[in-house]
Design a protein around this ligand. Structure first.
Ligand code: ADP
Length: 397
């Protein structure tokens, strides 16, 4: 099957066309600046990237341009749209309605509209992507793959906030967790790579990118994760604060004469390692370089980041009463040996021993712990598009 993967944001759209039999990416790219001006990046496997600037007033024009590029006579990956057998959509929030990926139908669309207030920046954009594909390719079956679904197995003690219970019942206020597609993919890959029995294993996945989260996966099921009602919770991130004392919102609002929404904007966009480094950068490469040349703020920002990940790993080892494996993934997790070292330094009480030579290597799935380490530590590149493709095929049979 040829599966088109669509990841629709408010002003951007990422796509990949994947051959599900070989799992090869046939073409990929993104549309940027939708509703502003418009820019299409398209790359057929084995060829250079092509960049086209063209007006994209809405997602309809953007998706139409992607389809035109895919069937372009010279550089297209398909001869006609008939070759697209299925579409897999990334959807950010599935609320409590979706504990797994599901076929897109009217009931799903209604359910997504209902939980849009839980992810006001993301779900409306995801819905637009679904509707435009329905309009342009009415006969192609589609599947929704949710960032929250994998975390629906968390027990009550992990997902309930200690708030009046009515707020959970009335408004759905609870921990949902995000990056679920990645946590699911990486935990399965980790078990496979290490030869662990997925039904009898305790794995901690550290998805460390611009947005970052950790999850505890026991016997193949998520039992806790660090993001919450929204992706603002948990770790310190590129620009997000992660867990802080909730009183800070009111306190800072009074000091700065801002309402809660404006303070929340600061917590989302100006905080994390960006805020700690005095606005130097949210990019870990910049921070590492600055710390190296003596910038104290950058060094502290990196320390805070690593400390949060470390203490979350400790908490999740407690949540599962042990840990067999820790997997690092996403931009920082896959690429930064220094950040991994700094996180793992101090986890020797878990019996973790790192092989610093292996830790410095780059590549596909890698084990970076020593043979006598009590916990296997590895680097497992994530591949959310492939995970969406696999789910889409599994659901459509
Ligand atoms: P997202 O998908 O959330 O935007 P990514 O998973 O692409 O994020 O990760 C982006 C982050 O990865 C950036 O902060 C970037 O600094 C970091 N990163 C990428 N390459 C490296 C590297 N070689 N060393 C350190 N950090 C890196």
């Amino acid at each position: 099957m040829k599966v088109l993967i669509i990841n629709c944001g408010s002003s951007s759209l990422k796509y990949q066309l994947i051959d599900s039999e070989t799992e090869a990416v046939l073409a990929k790219g993104l549309c940027e600046r939708i509703g502003i001006d418009g820019r299409l990046v398209y790359q057929k496997a084995g060829l250079d990237k092509e960049i086209t600037e063209a007006p994209m007033p809405t997602h309809t024009e953007a998706i139409q341009m992607v389809l035109d590029a895919l069937k372009n006579e010279k550089t297209g990956a398909i001869a006609s749209l008939e070759e697209i057998d299925a579409i897999g959509h990334r959807v950010v929030h599935g609320g409590e309605k979706f504990a797994s990926s599901a076929k897109v139908d009217d009931a799903m669309i209604a359910a997504l509209e209902e939980c849009s207030d839980l992810a006001p920046l993301h779900n409306p954009a995801n819905l637009i992507g679904i509707r435009v594909c329905q309009e342009l390719m009415p006969n192609v079956p589609m599947v929704g793959v949710f960032d929250t679904a994998f975390h629906q197995t968390m027990p009550e003690e992990a997902y309930l906030y200690p708030l009046p219970i009515e707020y959970y019942e009335q408004f759905g206020i609870r921990k949902y967790g995000f990056h679920g597609t990645s946590h699911s993919f990486v935990s399965k890959e980790t078990a496979k790579f290490l030869g662990l029995d997925p039904e009898n294993s305790k794995i901690i996945v550290c998805h460390l990118g611009n947005g970052a989260s950790v999850s505890a996966v026991k016997n193949g099921k998520c039992v806790d994760t660090s993001m919450g009602l929204t992706p603002l919770a948990g770790l310190a991130m590129g620009t997000r604060c992660g867990d802080i004392d909730p009183s800070i919102v009111d306190f800072l609002g009074k000091k700065l004469d801002l309402d809660a929404a404006a303070v929340t904007q600061i917590l989302n966009k100006k905080s994390g390692v960006f805020g700690l480094s005095r606005g130097l950068s949210s990019d870990f490469r910049d921070l590492a370089a600055a710390a190296e040349s003596g910038n104290h703020d950058a060094a502290v920002a990196l320390d805070v980041f690593a400390y949060r990940v470390k203490t979350t790993i400790g908490a999740y080892a407690a949540a599962m009463d042990g840990v067999d494996a820790i997997a690092f993934t996403a931009g920082i997790g896959e690429n930064s040996a220094e950040v991994r070292t700094s996180i793992l330094d101090g986890l020797t009480f878990l019996g973790i021993k790192i092989d610093e030579e292996k830790n410095k290597l780059r590549g596909e799935n890698m084990k970076i712990s020593t043979e006598d380490s009590a916990v296997s530590v590895c680097v497992i590149p994530t591949n959310e598009e492939l995970a969406i493709c696999r789910d889409t095929v599994a659901i459509l049979g």
